[in-house]
Design a protein around this ligand. Sequence first.
Ligand code: ADP
Length: 449
Amino acid sequence: MITAGAESLMRMRLRVEQDVFVVRQLGREVARAVGLEQQDQTRLATALSEVGRVMLTVGHDADVEFTAEPNGVPTLRVAVGNPLSGAAAEIGPQLVQVGRLVDTLEVDDGETGTVVRMARRLPASAPLLTHERMDEIRARLADHVPGSPLDELSVQNQQLITALDEVRAQRDDLARLNAELEETNRGVMALYHQLSDELEETNRGVVALYAELDEKSVQLRAASEAKSRFLANVSHELRAPVTAVIGLTRLLLDPSSEPLGSEQRRKIDLISGTAGDLLVLVNDLLDLAKAEAGRVEPQWSDVDLRAVFGQLRGTLRPLATRPEVDFVVEEPRVATMRTDEMLLTRVLRNLLTNAIKFTADGEVRLAVGERDGAVEFTVADTGVGIPAELHERIFEEFYQVPGSPAVMGKGTGLGLPYARRLVGILGGGLLVDSAPGEGSTFTVRLPAS
Ligand code: ADP
């Protein structure tokens, strides 16, 4: 009956009803000896006395053997067998409830008889089942003197009272826990209702806010479109008379016209200069208004950047005539890109003109390269620079950094907003990095394709 690795601890034979009490006591003793906890000792003893009782009712002596399995998860096993084969069908159904008292309970019909096998795992706190300990347990069990059925009845009663006490204590605990749980549930529900009310309130607020925002942005868009239309119309209307004034002053100053006194010539020069400035402003305004009104349609093509750089070098060199400033247009490190050539050229010319305008000495440098999958143009100068807090303001219409000395020419404050618009139309961004006295770098980032 011993399985591999298992060691026998004790055997006994059940012959008469009184032996059921003895096997019960013995079961408890063995369970205690191998280290099962109090309640498990009672469970095993009860299971064993029930198995013993059922075995005796089928009408034959039964052998009981306790074994301990020290390997793996240490386990106590009990086998109760009689030599009657074929009794499992009768015994099995009577032991269904008993099976719940142990980890496993099997009834086997063999050629040599019927065996009921039970097993219970030992808790982690049980002492190790070494050979010495097994010997000790065997010796202790051999010395065990079984008590009378009355003694066993008294022990059983005691255990029953303890169990009933425990059940009552557990029931009280459970009632208390239930009450606490109910209280907590009420609190949670109250919190939930409060939160969902607040959420609903907030949601209503957010929806209203969105509606207001939508309305405002429609109004803003309408106002901005009206402004752009107004600017475009006004500047367009202004261009013709201003051009006419310039033409007239040219006529007056022409050597073939009637001779003028020096004072008259000075005044007409003044009119001509002012009209020229006005024309620049009107043209800039018209450009910006057109770009803002979405009237600039890019013409996409594969643009040869060497040609663009060559053209910029040629057209801007006459502006960069001061020997203190080096005007450097690098060889492009990107040969071609898909963009609008005219818009790109205008942006770069704008930035280069500014750089030349605000640089007294050092250099102005144009370069292009590829970075993180984008094409990056940089216009870097060693000029006056721009304080960090004004880096965004310079992109506002008409804004000019106060006290920034332009080395040459006046501006309108419309160049950068226009350039940023155009770069946006080309699908990119325009950024500035600059500090007073350290020069500025404007970067145009455009998608590579
Ligand atoms: P402006 O016609 O005055 O050049 P922009 O819109 O092109 O108008 O530029 C706005 C202002 O930004 C300029 O007036 C100048 O104060 C500042 N700025 C632009 N580019 C530079 C630069 N490269 N270095 C220093 N300041 C600059």
